[in-house]
Design a protein around this ligand. Structure first.
Ligand code: AMP
Length: 588
């Protein structure tokens, strides 16, 4: 397959922000893709080479890419650097440099998508002393045969800066249309994706065997399952209204969610975002089997930092120390943890996703032998609002964030947020009753003490239905000097030349970012807003919702993907609850 088919499609996608058009471009591309190459094309569209859990990173440094472009275009390194500084994107720099090419290569091969993919995969796997030279050679060999437009996208993929403005949902819509003739089959593809976390493989199977093939997808060891997510409730009363007479209440611990796969001697750990985090927790790898009476198992647990002297839970930021490559052994003893099991999805060859919560919890209890390091998350069955409140009180005294409330006869719905799990957090000292997790979409430059850094950030909620990020407020309070430096460092690599098409904002910041970073915010109130686009028209025609007196809590939620942020619908619910309270009070 010619790579130009892909680069033409990407070019068209960059020119639109409409989801239907973006989907249609993908459908056309998939229809033109040979079946044996579809998985490679899907990974490239996702901006990756393999599913996240395999941990294959492209790892091309800017300097190296600049040298490769210089070599292939016959320009000087200095000249490429100048173009790069001017418009900030190496893809553009590559296409410009090739347009002005002074050397010509005589034997020019048409470049195929497979060759681009295979070469990038080779680059990703290179290690060792000579790897930098080899990487440069590989990239410039691609560029030698590429047109300027192809070069632009090869570089964007290699640098991880391909921003097509689409999420996995759009790719699944397009696959469903291209291979099954109807977008409504998206759900079936999603079910396969939920248990495999590998969209390339889902595409390959549906292309080859149509819907029937999707039945092949089962939970399997060492392939992460997309996690089940919870909806929030504001009070025990609301939970009782939603869950009925009898349900389970568990402590909600404030740590890192870890999916544990154990088979024979092998232990593999995945994060909530399904990255392989086995190396962060050598203590889990070493000790988990001692607490389990079985051999093949997939479990979910919350790893929580503890104070070794008192056994108390510590806030989840303490776990950030674990995210490192070197000296992990020292860190393990300096920042000890406990592993708190709360679910089981697979046991000795059997998929448990369709078992009820009650059955799964029973199995979990049967196979676990608790010790100092591995524990079951405390759980009771509750029948009234009062019981929920008492248990919440106990939980908070024990250092928890709140409770998770779970429907007893519900299955494990992988990849889904629904009302079978509810989260009830402790009362925050803000009038809203809860914090929100918002996505940073833009920033305004700082003044005075904040000169040279971002002074205020523009934040958004996530709209699940439209797959967009809608602005909700500007925030400038709650930042320490250290936070400001940290934000500048993290966010400057996310700056985009133009607004990502998934962002909808009535406010124009000084810089736009890729919607990636999630931070926690508290506020005093939700108000109607003529400017912000969150839940626009839902409460009143022509108005969106905004936060009044928003404040950063100090928590960067980097275990959350932007699609896990608070949604416009949650804000509408909070708005309505808040109105109800004011009305109730004024009626008294
Ligand atoms: P949130 O991050 O606020 O959306 O809350 C969901 C997260 O709570 C999950 O991803 C888990 O990491 C964490 N959690 C803590 N305790 C539990 C529990 N008992 N059951 C499920 N999730 C839990």
């Amino acid at each position: 397959m010619q790579f130009s088919l892909i680069s033409d499609t990407f070019e068209k996608m960059e020119a639109t922000t409409k989801r239907l058009e973006l989907t249609q471009h993908l459908v056309d591309l998939f229809k033109a893709t040979p079946r044996e190459s579809i998985s490679k094309i899907v990974y490239l569209i996702q901006g990756k080479l393999r599913p996240d859990f395999e941990g294959i990173e492209l790892g091309v440094a800017e300097k190296l890419a600049i040298r490769a472009i210089a070599k292939s275009s016959g320009s000087s390194v200095k000249k490429i650097q100048d173009i790069f500084v001017e418009d900030g994107d190496l893809g553009h720099a590559a296409s410009k440099a090739l347009e002005q090419k002074t050397q010509t290569t005589f034997i020019k091969q048409q470049i195929t998508a497979e060759r681009v993919y295979d070469t990038l995969l080779k680059i990703a796997k290179l290690e060792g002393a000579r790897s930098q030279d080899m990487k440069m050679k590989y990239i410039s060999s691609l560029l030698n045969d590429a047109t300027p437009q192809e070069a632009k996208f090869i570089l964007k993929i290699a640098m991880g800066t391909l921003r097509l403005g689409i999420a996995d949902n759009t790719v699944m819509d397009a696959l469903a249309i291209a291979y099954t003739g109807s977008r409504t089959n998206r759900e079936k593809l999603e079910a396969a994706y939920n248990v495999s976390s590998d969209l390339g493989r889902v595409a390959e199977i549906v292309a080859e065997k149509n819907l029937d093939g999707l039945k092949e997808f089962h939970v399997s060891l060492f392939s992460p399952i997309r996690p089940m997510l919870a909806e929030r409730v504001k009070s025990a009363k609301e939970a009782e209204e939603k869950l009925g007479k009898e349900f389970a209440a568990e402590y909600k611990l404030d740590g890192e969610r870890v999916q544990i796969h154990l088979g024979g001697d092998k232990v593999v750990l995945f994060s909530r975002r399904l990255e392989n985090i086995t190396s962060h927790y050598p203590d889990i790898v070493e000790n988990i089997t001692k607490a389990l009476k079985t051999e093949e198992i997939i479990l979910e647990a919350e790893a929580v930092a503890i104070n070794e002297n008192t056994g108390e839970f510590l806030p989840f930021q303490e776990l950030m120390h674990r995210r490192r490559k070197y000296n992990i052994d020292r860190i393990v003893s300096q920042y000890p943890i406990t592993v708190n099991l709360f679910d089981i999805m697979y046991l000795n060859g059997k998929d448990l996703l369709n078992s009820t919560y009650e059955e799964r919890r029973k199995k979990l209890e049967d196979i676990t032998v608790e010790n100092e390091f591995v524990k079951l998350v405390p759980k009771i069955i509750v029948r009234s609002e009062n019981e929920v409140e008492d248990f919440l009180e106990n939980g908070i005294n024990a250092g928890c964030e709140g409770l998770m409330l779970k429907v007893l006869d519900a299955p494990y719905r992988a990849g889904a947020r629904g009302s079978n799990w509810l989260k009830l957090k402790r009362e925050y000292r803000n009038e809203l009753g809860d914090s929100l997790d918002l996505v940073v979409i833009g920033a305004f430059f700082g003044k005075g003490r904040r000169t040279g850094r971002y002074g205020t950030l523009l934040l958004s909620t996530y709209n699940q239905e439209k797959d967009t990020f809608e602005s909700i407020c500007k925030v400038g309070t709650g930042f320490t000097d250290e936070n400001l430096d940290q934000f500048y460092q993290i966010l400057s690599s996310k700056v985009t030349l133009k607004k990502n098409p998934r962002i909808e904002s009535g406010m124009e910041p000084d810089v736009w970012f890729e919607p990636e970073l999630v931070i926690e915010i508290v506020a005093s109130e939700i108000t109607l807003s003529p400017v912000h686009t969150c839940a626009k028209d839902s409460v009143r025609k022509g108005s969106g919702l905004a936060l009044r007196f928003p404040k950063f809590t100090g928590k960067i939620r980097d275990e959350k993907a932007p699609e896990d942020a608070s949604t416009d619908q949650e804000v509408v619910t909070l708005y309505k609850n808040q109105k109800k309270v004011t009305q109730d009070v004024s009626e008294v």
